[in-house]
Design a protein around this ligand. Sequence first.
Ligand code: HAM
Length: 415
Amino acid sequence: MFKKIKGTQDFLDLTLFNFIIDQAKKHLSEYNFTEISTPIIEPLDLYKRSTGEETEVVTKQMFKISGQNDEEICLRPEITPSVIRAFIENKIQQVPWKVFTWGPVFRYERPQKGRFRQFNQLNMEVIGSDSIAQDAQFIKMLDRFFHSKLGLTDYALLINFLGCFEDRKIFQLLLKQFLDNVQQDICKECQIRKERNILRIFDCKNPQCQKIYKDAPTITNNLCKSCDAEWETLKEELSLLSVSYMVQPTLVRGLDYYSKTVFEFVSDSLGAQSAFCGGGRYNQLVSQLGGKNDQPSIGAAPGIERLLLLLEPIKSQLVLPQKPTLHLILPIEQKQNMLALLLADTLQNHGLCADILLEGDSIKSMMRKANKMGAKYVLILGPEEQEQKTVTVKNMVDGSSITILQIDLIDSLKK
Ligand code: HAM
């Protein structure tokens, strides 16, 4: 027997999954976003140059596949670089380009609760907008989605500000001085990160390192005048829009392209993988990937599997789409199969949900099966019904039954 690949899962009921996507589509259209779709396979280099060569995602978690002619291809580990590539390649002129897309992404991680190797993201980007008010509006949009559209209450928003390129350069020097003094106490990987991509030390999961970094200098205490003003404005605007947040000075996010605003929505009820949505501003990525001009941008991606974990316990409070009323046709003998086919076809043609029990059995066990299938109406076609051009309709909810002419069936059911 074949088994699914580790870290993947089968979805046997997509009601809640589709609910999230439908709510997102409605919500994002209210904020003037357009739905797009980009490929799941992309050039490996695209991710090396954007997500970052030293990030965990690129160094340890990539699913690489080899194409023809030594082409290096990967399964996308996130969607942002793919959207930026599409923006540049399709020469989009109209900015801000507010787009969203959703679908599978792949990361070779150690599977655990809420952490998969294939999972789904709902990815949103606003490309080409410099104003910090855009960040406040974007974060409010996410908060309203989680709270009002999905009914989540048990979560918090963490924010931080990474400043401009110059700020980060100065901060990196300060951080290096700090790390020089604790060099012996940090893990081997952090010693490497310190030399290659110092901000990544904050992504370290080692408890000893995390404890040490609590005393590290913070970037928000070392911002230039204009970034400091933007940081203050962002917090003011979030408060104005009634968004509750907590400042987390060590939040740097695990991907290289962020500048200025970064944020994560977290929930304790998820356990160790507490972040269910992450994002931030990235002002240089478009030019870094070959675009003519810099396009200051902001984006985020909630993980759909983590939203599902949060929604499962409150499912009964949600208004989920109901399954259509099932009309189950029971041909008593094989001779009634053709009539059953015709009747089912007529019902389906009139937009009613119909199915046939074609395998035949005693009427008693067919009725039991109908019950299990959740049929609201059972349409019995026996020799007598066939002869008299009638059908016996049994209402499975109240137990009543009537025999009517086949020709009157649709009108009667629609009533
Ligand atoms: P990220 O924080 O790497 O950001 O991932 C976003 C979300 O994907 C996480 O908050 C989490 O819910 C989900 N996620 C990540 N890894 C896994 C996993 N192994 N299993 C299940 N869910 C997972 C990004 O990917 C950025 N591209 C977001 C962004 C868009 N920034 C700007 N624009």
